[in-house]
Design a binder for this molecule. Structure first.
Ligand SMILES: [Zn+2]
Length: 308
């Protein structure tokens, strides 16, 4: 019924919501094993004078239903091709207004107005966010897989690895992935003074802007380690927020921050651009593993930048 609710919010169907919903339920019933034809609710009778609008809406609805069916078939085919046990769940519409994000309790440094540090985005929707760090492995299969499966993710890049092949990450960006800051050389930032931290963070802001045309808004400090100087330096060169992570994905297991070892709405998942020489599998192996967890627990992967 999620489709129906989303459909009802489309301005096109404003005024004929009940009819649109009933038609959609009927039309999709055949494709998604819904109620049998005789059990389906009959479309509500439009009020006098609304007839032409309803017919127009029904035509648009047919086209919409067709698109939904085709998209669903494509997701199933892509999941099969890439060896996923289940197709990824489709993310719901993101909120019209992004949630207000505050620093997680216990993750504060002193100082007002600094970018918030968080591991979970405040939302009630059953979505999680996938973030991939560093940039060592540049596997073209990953780009194909994520595009075909339509799984959004965000990349946090460190220049000493990315500079080997900026073109790979340009392709990633062209596929709709946002590129963010993971410093120039991946140091332990709290071990550096303010000026050196600023060089690491703001230097990477400049490189991403120069190479990819867009200044990042998000910083992930290497190893998740930071201090007040990190946040001050980051703020000085345009960083708006510092997302850490609630879970970390590997090709053969998950690691959890929370005691319940589970996913929660809005959790950020960390993983890395790594290959078989670094861990027990390829990038596609890792994606298969993390998606098995995400989908089986009933979560969709949403786009972090739609919420932060
Ligand atoms: Zn890293």
């Amino acid at each position: 019924m999620q489709l129906v609710r989303q459909k009802e919010q489309k301005p096109l169907f404003r005024g004929v919501r009940a009819v649109g919903a009933a038609l959609l339920v009927g039309a999709l019933g055949a494709a998604c094993a819904g109620p049998a034809a005789e059990e389906r609710p009959a479309p509500a009778k439009p009020a006098a004078g609304q007839q032409p609008r309803v017919e127009g809406a029904a035509g648009a609805l047919d086209a919409y239903v067709d698109r939904v069916r085709k998209a669903r078939a494509a997701r199933v085919a892509a999941a099969k091709k890439w060896g996923l046990a289940q197709p990824p769940l489709e993310a719901p519409e993101p909120p019209r207004v992004k949630p207000r994000i505050t620093t997680r309790k216990g993750f504060e440094t002193k100082g007002a107005g600094l970018p918030p540090v968080f591991t979970t985005v405040p939302t009630k929707q059953k979505v999680v966010f996938l973030t991939i760090d560093d940039g060592a492995e540049k596997d073209p299969e990953l780009l194909r897989m994520m595009s075909e499966l339509k799984i959004p993710y965000s990349a946090f890049l460190s220049d000493y690895l990315v500079k080997e092949d900026y073109g790979y990450f340009k392709k990633m960006q062209d596929a709709g992935v946002s590129l963010h800051n993971h410093t120039l050389t991946h140091p332990y930032l709290p071990g550096l003074d303010y000026d050196d931290q600023k060089r690491q963070i703001c230097g990477m802001q400049d490189i991403i802007q120069k190479r990819f045309g867009k200044r990042p808004e998000l910083l992930r400090p290497p190893y998740g380690n930071y201090n007040q100087d990190t946040l001050r330096a980051a703020k000085s060169c345009g960083v708006k927020a510092v997302p850490l992570w609630a879970a970390e994905a590997f090709p053969d297991h998950m690691e959890w921050r929370e005691w319940d070892r589970d996913l929660h709405p809005g959790d950020i998942i960390l993983t890395h651009f790594r290959g078989k020489e670094d861990w027990k599998g390829s990038m596609p192996d890792m994606i298969r593993r993390v998606m098995k967890t995400v989908t089986s627990k009933g979560y969709a992967v949403a786009k972090l930048e739609d919420y932060v």
